[in-house]
Write a protein that binds this ligand. Structure first.
Ligand SMILES: *Cc1c(COP(=O)(O)O)cnc(C)c1O
Length: 737
């Protein structure tokens, strides 16, 4: 067990703070501060410039604040009052016992919590161990679990260098680089035993013993345990096992998944945590099922097949990938070299072990699939939107030969977002005024949101315009910096001062650049696009952001195309690109745009969540009917969108070029005939009244459904609740192999 007697890092930090500010250290070490603007501003107001420079890292902020400034604040009654109020809120939050989960699912007890496993977590920009949607979803899941009081711990990896950082050079080509994370300067605590020594669990990887230590990040009431192999007593190669998120090759990948899955289960045991349920968020963590079996076999002396049902009963699985190629698979050779020592511990033969990850039995070329393993070893499986559930049932029906497709036991729970993280403070404030201060605790109730109609148009519009201005200011400053760093000529740097215009219809497009997301669809017909964007009376502007995976040349070519586009004189003040997309830029974007554009090839977007973030801020979605938007989009009797727009038809063709042409045509038509005219239609007060109607519809119809309070609530009642009937039996018997 861990001890509190040796000085924890927050204790050390508080030692350096003047008396009235000491408790700020506790707040800095719990990301709870990040989902409340009054909490965040406690750190920001110490030194706003430094706050930007340190990447919004609250620990660094306190550690490096000048003693003079701190003593100034400690004698400022207004600041001291603010600290006191937030500390009270924090203590109340952390100690509250009357929480949603205690009423709805009292069976889930703190001493046997849900353990949530994921390869990445997007909690905050100052903890860069995420790449995109999967990580953000995991972060939002933890935050809502904390808010709802669901007993939960989480397990992930602490990457020395996280995900790559993006810079775009003068040729428009993405350059990838890495920055070291300095764990000791982050709000992390190294888990130690009662002697003050780091707890280290051991794994055997590539015939070497690898020691893994454990860092804790606090996310409200949820502890996130992050595994780290960067220890002096490990082989130099093994120290880099947790070096990079989604870097390296298949070897690194399988090794990392051993650390996450097997290491994760051992780490929880070493911390004295006995989970009731293991939630495998994506297949990366599926090896954890084997280690759970191994531990139970050791404790009971039973065989793997005797223990299998028990393991299955404690594991649930969420799949995120709608294409077969997106699922992790490993060759039998690779499995041999990583698991030859392990299957004897499970008392399995090589064939029996390989069969656990095989789609088809008896096929020697069949690779070992992590999704297959997860489906086989978990009592329930779900996709992340209704359409994705359907696609997943079709993709995995091969595992259930005796069942018709609609009986394949993969259900769905549609993703959401943590509204308290993604709603702009100005908007939260409006909601507080019109819905009641406790609105964010009644998030999933449509009644809460129906009141959006009571917000006067002029008030909502002014708030939205302020946020758009803030986005434009952010974009200009980032564009200027990027152009300076690229060594562009002074003219090209200077024009960033007049880049974009808050009066102009503003579209946002930000996500990973990969072929299927079609970041260049808008430029399918360049002449037509130029006419739309460069229109003198009713212009349109767009802001892009996103990274292409380092190995994805095609994704990088899309970025290059956009970079060329934004240099064209007709649109150079209308098209902007923000480098190095992260949570902070995502917040600015989703809070400030008029329209959020999403045009993936259907049905390749499992859910998507960025468009959901936009809804909480009054932005309007224009998207292909894929992922969550299939459920969110509403049309009137004439097929016209009520709460946003749908690109293309519900149907789709497998001819991708044809599909691109159809979807681009539909997008141009929507812009020319509906979106642009609606935005520029003004009433006698100068307000776009019908546009504001649509903003309100976007908020009212989407907010109650696409938030993580609703989502985590669904996981609790439909997936986690003990005693929930096991949703599916074994995929098929493997004992006979
Ligand atoms: C929300 C978010 C994503 C996920 O966006 P999609 O809608 O899934 O494309 C990715 N990256 C960041 C930084 C985000 O905030």
């Amino acid at each position: 067990m861990t001890t509190l007697s040796s000085a924890t890092p927050s204790r050390k930090l508080s030692d350096r703070l003047p008396h009235p500010l000491k408790r700020l250290a506790d707040i800095a070490y719990n990301y709870w501060w990040s989902w409340g603007s009054d909490r965040l501003s406690l750190f920001q107001s110490i030194n706003p410039e430094k706050w930007q420079q340190c990447g919004h890292n609250a620990v660094v902020m306190l550690e490096t604040a000048s003693p003079v400034r701190l003593s100034e604040l400690a004698c400022d009654p207004a600041y001291v009052r603010r600290v006191k109020a937030i500390v009270e809120q924090f203590d109340h939050y952390m100690n509250q016992t009357d929480v949603w989960a205690s009423r709805v699912a009292p069976q889930i007890q703190a001493d046997s919590p849900i353990a949530y496993f994921c390869a990445e977590f997007g909690i905050h920009e100052s903890l860069p161990i995420y790449s995109g949607g999967l990580g953000i979803l995991a972060g939002d899941h933890l935050k809502s679990a904390s808010d709802l009081g669901v007993p939960m711990v989480a397990v992930g990896l602490m990457y020395r260098q996280g995900y790559f950082r993006q810079r775009i050079n003068r040729n428009g080509w993405q350059e990838d680089y890495y920055i070291d994370n300095h764990f000791e300067q982050m709000p992390l605590e190294l888990m130690c035993n009662s002697l003050g020594e780091p707890i280290a669990i051991e794994l055997e990887i590539r015939q070497r013993r690898v020691k893994v230590q454990i860092w804790k990040a606090a996310v409200g009431r949820v502890n996130l345990y992050l595994l780290d192999t960067d220890r002096e007593d490990n082989d130099p190669i093994d120290r880099w096992l947790t070096g990079h998120l989604y870097g390296g090759n298949q070897e690194t990948r399988i090794a990392q998944e051993v650390v996450l899955g097997i290491g994760g289960v051992r780490a929880l045991a070493a911390l004295g945590i006995t989970p009731s349920i293991h939630h495998l968020n994506e297949g990366h963590a599926a090896f954890c099922t084997l280690e759970i079996a191994q531990q139970r076999m050791a404790a009971t002396g039973k065989s793997f097949y005797d223990i299998e049902a028990e393991v299955r009963n404690s594991c649930v699985f969420t799949t995120h990938t709608p294409v077969p190629a997106g699922h992790d698979v490993f060759s039998a050779d690779l499995i041999d070299s990583y698991f030859a020592h392990y299957w004897p511990q499970l008392k399995l033969s090589r064939e029996q072990f390989l069969a656990l990850g095989a789609r088809r039995l008896g096929d020697p070329w069949e690779p070992f699939g992590m999704t297959v393993l997860a489906l086989r070893m978990c009592r329930s499986a779900n996709g992340v939107s209704a359409l994705h559930g359907q696609v997943s049932r079709q993709m995995w029906k091969i595992l259930y030969p005796e069942r018709p497709e609609d009986q394949v036991p993969i259900t769905h729970i549609t993703n959401g977002v943590h509204a308290r993280t993604w709603t702009a403070p100005l908007m939260s404030d409006l909601y507080g005024q019109y819905f009641g201060e406790d609105w964010s605790t009644r998030m999933a109730d449509p009644q809460t949101w129906a009141k959006v109609d009571e917000i006067p148009d002029a008030v909502l519009w002014e708030c939205h315009q302020s946020l758009k201005e803030a986005l434009i200011t952010h974009t200009r400053s980032r564009a200027k910096l990027a152009r300076q760093n690229r060594g562009e000529d002074t003219y090209w740097v200077k024009v960033t001062d007049s880049l974009l215009d808050p009066e102009v219809l503003t579209i946002g497009f930000a996500r990973r650049f990969s072929r299927y997301k079609r970041g260049d669809l808008l430029m399918h017909n360049v002449e037509r696009a130029l006419k739309i964007f460069g229109n003198a009376e009713k212009p349109v502007q767009i802001i892009f952001a996103g990274k292409a995976h380092p190995a994805d040349e095609e994704g990088k070519r899309i970025i290059q195309k956009l970079m060329e586009w934004c240099r064209r004189p007709e649109v150079q003040s209308r098209v902007a690109i923000i480098e190095d997309y992260d949570i902070y830029t995502a917040q600015k974007l989703v809070q400030g745009v008029d329209v959020w554009l999403n045009n993936p090839r259907r049905p390749l977007e499992a859910s998507g969540t960025s468009g959901q973030k936009v809804c909480f801020n009054g932005g309007i979605n224009c998207s292909v009917l894929d992922g969550w938007w299939c459920e969110g989009y509403q049309a009137d009797a004439n097929g016209k969108g009520v709460n946003g727009w749908a690109i293309g038809e519900d149907a789709h063709t497998s001819d991708q070029e044809l599909q691109d042409r159809i979807d681009a045509e539909s997008l141009y038509q929507l812009l020319e005939e509906e979106i642009v005219p609606l935005y520029y239609e003004r009433d006698e007060q100068g307000l776009p009244a019908r546009w504001i109607q649509m903003m309100k519809a976007s908020i009212k119809t989407n907010a109650p459904a696409f938030n993580t309070d609703r989502m985590v609530g669904d996981y609790v009642t439909q997936i986690y609740a003990p005693g929930n009937p096991t949703t599916h039996a074994p995929v098929y018997a493997i004992a006979t192999v």
